[in-house]
Design a protein around this ligand. Structure first.
Ligand SMILES: Cc1cc2nc3c(=O)[nH]c(=O)nc-3n(C[C@H](O)[C@H](O)[C@H](O)COP(=O)(O)OP(=O)(O)OC[C@H]3O[C@@H](n4cnc5c(N)ncnc54)[C@H](O)[C@@H]3O)c2cc1C
Length: 445
């Protein structure tokens, strides 16, 4: 297999790198062994959210996205945001991030992402807290607590779906909103309604139920039975994230059109249906954008000095290779296989050195990267490779390790998506930038 550019990894970073390189007129091959953190995420794009989850008493005083970006640039020169901003500072970073997020949102258009680069939305979660993020699909964004004023909210559970307990959600969301945004909600009630369609016969997980909503007539039937349970005066209806798995926009349109109150889905902390939808929308964009996708792992890399020559692929046809003029590594972190956690953390494909907080960590036992105090920043989460301003991975001496390799996404270290609240935003930014660099610097084979 030959192409101009090969991208390894198909999450947010790899998909956007491939789509950018393809739009630059390059023939692009994307190799990925499966789905990673993008599919496991909550499906909303964090760019630079408030760095504490709960203790903001006054939401009016929450830092803006720009405040947080300035903060990151000031305190963390190794953050990929700082590296790409360079001397252009926050203005350059803001404009690059805006372009990258718009590019991502345009590529996953069926999810109708909403949001802004100015302030974070506060989206209610299934456990009755709020998650701050910059951009979210319309079905989640409609629950923005920062936009609500004296809402009369109905939380809806499904009988036989223990994953979402509307009674518990009601109790904690009442406490949470009265503490942080007392004007947002004046009343919360809940109901549990029957599972629609052949609901009794399926495995009652959010994925199973969301799959039901893709079937003809199910959303219509559910909407009718829900309409009967909505009292006059209800302004908002909150559901667990179950409105469709592969045909979500259709299900959401039906329910949004037929019911008078504003309907929204609650955020799930992880391994969620919206994360799956985001990954599926990226996969579709790759097909529509002319990117060839091969689903297998890259087992080994063959080089000639500082030039990558071939990738050796896993699988039955052992020894099968793929060759390109330039390469992007976007293989993610530990949960996706981009980094491996044996006793020592390591980057398995290119043997790149790993860092956290500016220090080399692939020579340190993994347990030293975990702080027992879970409320503290975990060095483990910001472990990754170092890159230069062109996103070329660096060797132990701080020099580009290869002439035709670029990196994108969470394999890059020195930021922690949990504390910095910038996971998919950083993946979008570095994905777009790496795709452009790789397309511009294709080395002749
Ligand atoms: C539970 C959870 C919830 C999260 N929630 C949010 C959120 O709400 N908002 C937010 O902004 N961020 C969130 N994040 C962070 C965010 O999901 C990640 O930062 C982001 O998805 C990283 O994208 P990526 O493309 O770099 O990597 P990934 O999405 O992990 O993709 C890595 C890809 O590389 C492939 N790969 C790995 N090794 C190989 C190999 N040898 N050969 C071929 N392919 C390979 C994998 O199969 C996969 O396709 C969350 C993360 C987690 C884990």
């Amino acid at each position: 297999m030959e192409s101009d550019v090969i991208v390894i990894g198909g999450g947010m970073a790899g998909a956007l790198a491939a789509l950018k390189a393809s739009e630059e007129g390059r023939d692009v091959l994307l190799i990925r062994k499966g789905h990673g953190a993008t599919a496991m995420s909550s499906g909303v794009i964090d760019v630079a959210g408030p760095n504490d989850f709960l203790p903001h008493d006054e939401w009016e005083t929450l830092p803006t996205i720009e405040d947080r970006l300035k903060d990151m640039l000031r305190t963390n020169p190794l953050h990929p945001y700082s590296i790409l901003a360079g001397a252009g500072g926050v203005d350059r970073l803001n404009s690059m991030l805006r372009d990258a997020c718009n590019f991502a949102i345009e590529k996953v258009q069926p999810l109708c992402f909403r949001g802004s680069h100015e302030r974070s939305m506060a989206l209610p979660t299934v456990v009755g807290t709020a998650k701050f993020c910059a951009y979210a699909p319309a079905s989640l964004a409609s629950g923005d607590l920062a936009e609500m004023r004296r809402a009369n909210l109905l939380l809806v559970g499904l009988e036989g779906l223990p994953y979402f307990r509307p009674r518990i959600c009601k109790r904690s969301l009442s406490e949470y909103s009265s503490q942080h945004q007392p004007e947002a909600i004046s009343k919360i009630d809940f109901v549990e309604i029957e599972m629609p369609g052949r609901g009794g016969a399926i495995r009652a997980t959010p994925f199973g139920v969301a799959g039901l909503f893709d079937e003809p007539g199910v959303c219509e039937e559910f909407t009718k039975s829900l309409a009967r349970r909505i009292d006059p005066g209800v302004t908002h209806v909150g559901l667990p994230p179950i409105l469709g798995l592969n045909d979500h926009s259709k299900a959401f349109q039906i329910i949004d059109r037929e019911l008078e109150p504003k309907v929204f889905e609650l955020i799930s902390p992880g391994y969620s249906v919206p994360g799956h939808r985001l990954q599926a929308a990226l996969d579709k964009a790759l097909g529509d954008g002319g990117v060839r996708v091969v689903t297998t792992g890259v087992a080994k890399v063959e080089c000639d000095g500082r030039l990558i020559k071939n990738l050796v692929l896993e699988g039955v046809k052992s020894g099968r290779t793929a060759t390109a003029g330039s390469y992007v590594v976007a293989t993610g972190k530990f949960s996706s296989g981009g980094l491996v956690a044996d006793d020592y953390p390591r980057e398995p494909l290119f043997g790149l050195p790993l860092f956290s907080d500016g220090k080399r960590v692939d020579e340190r036992l993994l347990r030293y990267l975990l702080d027992r105090d879970a409320s503290k920043r975990q060095p483990f989460l910001s472990c990754g490779i170092h890159v230069d301003a062109s996103l070329r991975p660096l060797d132990p001496f701080g020099e580009p390790a290869y002439d035709n390799l670029y990196a994108a996404g969470s394999i890059i270290g020195e930021y922690d998506y949990v504390a910095d609240k910038c996971g998919l935003g950083a993946a979008a930014l570095t994905g777009c930038a790496a795709g452009e660099e790789a397309a511009a610097q294709v080395v002749s084979r």
